[in-house]
Design a protein around this ligand. Structure first.
Ligand SMILES: *[C@@H]1O[C@H](CO)[C@@H](O)[C@H](O)[C@H]1NC(C)=O
Length: 168
């Protein structure tokens, strides 16, 4: 908790207090509580006049990309629906909280692996559709973002980071 606050404060300090230097911020978020925590910080950045763009998928069920009054959104269109994604995440959480504690170590490891592979497939599609979309990449390059905020839980964050030099 303490560490979370420290990093939040550091992040907010980085984006100076009054907006003499407004920055363009690109965000690669994750779902669930991760997004809810991050959203509070991003809303604060908006209030301070920074321009915040969220890179999210059409399957996202908490990141509300239909809401035009908050952030800018770049939506990556994927095959599954929001309901599919929500169901998978709920299955994952249910298994972790309710089922795995009653299984043996190996049974529980096996179940976890299967669920993890399932979710990874979903993540993979999103990442591929972002990374291999030339016109999306061009658009991001042209916008010249100053900063990128990455949730490390979601894959390819480090790929974006290695691209920072040319992308941002
Ligand atoms: C690629 O990105 C552009 C710009 O965001 C979007 O309009 C287009 O639909 C995307 N193409 C594919 C195949 O996802």
């Amino acid at each position: 908790m303490f560490e979370k606050w420290v990093s939040t404060i550091l992040l907010l300090q980085f984006f100076c207090v009054n907006c003499g230097f407004c920055r363009k911020v690109l965000v690669w978020p994750c779902e669930m509580s991760h997004w809810l925590n991050l959203k509070i910080i991003l809303e604060e950045l908006l209030q301070r006049g920074h321009e915040v763009t969220i890179l999210t998928s059409s399957q996202s069920y908490l990141v509300d990309y239909h809401d035009p009054f908050t952030f800018n959104f770049e939506v990556i269109f994927v095959s599954g629906t929001r309901e599919d994604a929500e169901k998978k995440i709920n299955e994952f959480v249910d298994a972790a909280v309710n089922i795995m504690p009653s299984l043996s170590f190996w049974e529980s490891a096996k179940l976890f692996q299967n669920l993890f592979l399932d979710i990874t497939e979903q993540f993979e599609e999103i990442c591929q559709k972002a990374v291999y979309n030339e016109s999306l990449m061009e658009k991001l390059r042209e916008t010249k973002y100053d900063v990128m905020v990455i949730d490390p839980v979601f894959p390819v964050g480090s790929w974006w980071l290695s691209c920072l030099g040319s992308l941002l």
